[in-house]
Design a protein around this ligand. Structure first.
Ligand code: GLY
Length: 409
């Protein structure tokens, strides 16, 4: 039974029903209030559409765990050139995006143009980094090869065993927790309505069009268009037809937070990362004194347990890079779920179901892709089309390919 507070179309007569709908029914309902849902809501509300977000805890989600590296260049992977273009577009937008968000809300986002140093500890790591450097150069990206000595000159706390590294001055960082707080505030200022409850089920009306959601307390929320932006949960909303259910899976990441002393100058000046025995590890120093150490990558379904093994491996690998970290207070251990997709790239824009759009599957790049996602989704929600830069990321790329027999029939 829908509650009276949020019900948009359950009045006692057709007249009162439609009057109620006009005042309550948003143009856009965003399911999920993590960074991606929030930026979508903010940007679309700025364009004058009446917008609502449904999430029990807006500002939660994977960004509460994420380190906030804006690492388009150091996280380049073979086969991800298309994604690289979107990552770079978003990285370029970050200074203006962060300035606007700070302007609107007064929040400091911890946006720090500090650069990144990716280092190698042994001959295998060095060969791997050399390959990455070559790939970056072929892709027209800026990075500089440094000897071990040059790395230590930049970052004196690095282990003496560091054998070389890649300096990437264009890969920065932001504090994702501050970012989400600011986005909630920006949404509120832009008039976005928050429904602090779980969305249980998508409603699909006659004519096969998404019309809203039913929430966990039984409220029916109607909207002109629905955006599914539920992070790793995006593939689980009841009522979404199988053909358009996004192929998103949770990929667990355990992350630690340590406290750096303020007394003797910074422990690290920039993000330092490496692949140690095949495991990526990164250390992200914030101006606040927080040092974020991440992250494991585990395909364990919905498990978010922080394990002794996960913490041990992160500390062991981080200690090999920067031995001095063992002196620091360990202030937090936490696990989050990255929303993985089959090609590691997000799904943005209209689906095969009228009225349902996706902003999901951002995997390792949710924080980096926040500015470009907001712009692309606002464009799609107001024009029905994705902008050129986001077209390769249509969810329709995963539509089932008809079997040969069906195609020739
Ligand atoms: N982008 C960092 C991570 O996913 O761990």
């Amino acid at each position: 039974m829908p509650s009276s507070t949020h019900s948009s179309s359950h009045g006692s007569s057709p007249e009162s029903s439609s009057a109620h709908t006009v005042s309550r029914r948003p143009d856009v309902l965003v399911v999920g209030g993590g960074v991606i849902g929030l930026v979508t809501a903010w940007r679309v509300a700025q364009r004058g559409l009446v917008t609502a977000v449904v999430d029990p805890e807006p500002g939660g989600g994977a960004a509460q765990v994420a380190a906030g590296m804006l690492a388009a260049v150091t996280e380049l992977h073979y086969g991800e050139q298309t994604l690289l273009a979107l990552n770079l577009a978003s990285a370029r937008r970050y200074p203006e995006f962060a300035a606007e968000l700070t302007d609107v809300t007064g929040h400091d986002l911890g946006y720090r143009r500090c650069g990144t140093l990716a280092v190698a500890l042994d001959a295998d790591d060095r060969a791997h980094l050399r390959e990455l450097h070559a790939l970056q150069q072929r892709s027209g990206l800026e990075s500089e090869w440094l000897t071990g000595r040059e790395c230590r000159r930049l970052e004196p706390m690095l282990a003496p065993g560091v054998r070389g590294g890649l300096r990437v001055d264009g890969d920065h960082q932001i504090d994702p927790r501050r970012l989400t707080h600011a986005l909630v505030a920006a949404c509120e200022r832009a008039g976005v309505v928050f429904h602090r409850v779980w969305a249980d089920r998508l409603t699909v009306g006659h004519g096969e069009r998404a019309t809203g959601v039913v929430t966990a307390d039984g409220t029916a929320l109607e909207a002109g268009q629905v955006v599914l932006a539920g992070g790793s949960l995006s593939g689980r909303l009841e009522g979404v037809p199988d053909a358009v259910l996004p192929p998103v899976r949770p990929v667990k990441g355990q992350v630690l937070r340590l406290k750096m002393p303020r007394t003797h100058g910074p422990l690290l000046n920039r993000t330092v990362r490496a692949v140690v025995r095949g495991n990526p590890v990164y250390l992200v120093p914030r101006e606040s004194g927080e040092l974020v150490v991440g992250a494991t990558s585990e395909e364990l379904g919905w498990d978010t347990t922080v394990t002794a093994g996960g913490v041990y491996e992160l500390l062991r690998d981080a200690h090999e890079l920067v031995p001095g970290i063992t002196e620091l207070p360990l202030t937090e251990t936490r696990a989050g779920l990255r929303p993985g997709s089959p090609d590691n790239a997000p799904m943005l824009g209209p689906t095969g179901l009228d009225g349902l759009l996706l902003a999901a599957g951002h995997y390792r790049n949710g924080v980096l892709l926040t500015p470009v996602t907001g712009d692309a989704m606002a464009h799609a929600l107001t024009t029905g089309e994705l902008p050129d830069e986001a077209r390769p990321f249509t969810p329709r790329r995963f539509d089932a390919v008809p079997a040969l027999s069906e195609r020739s029939a």
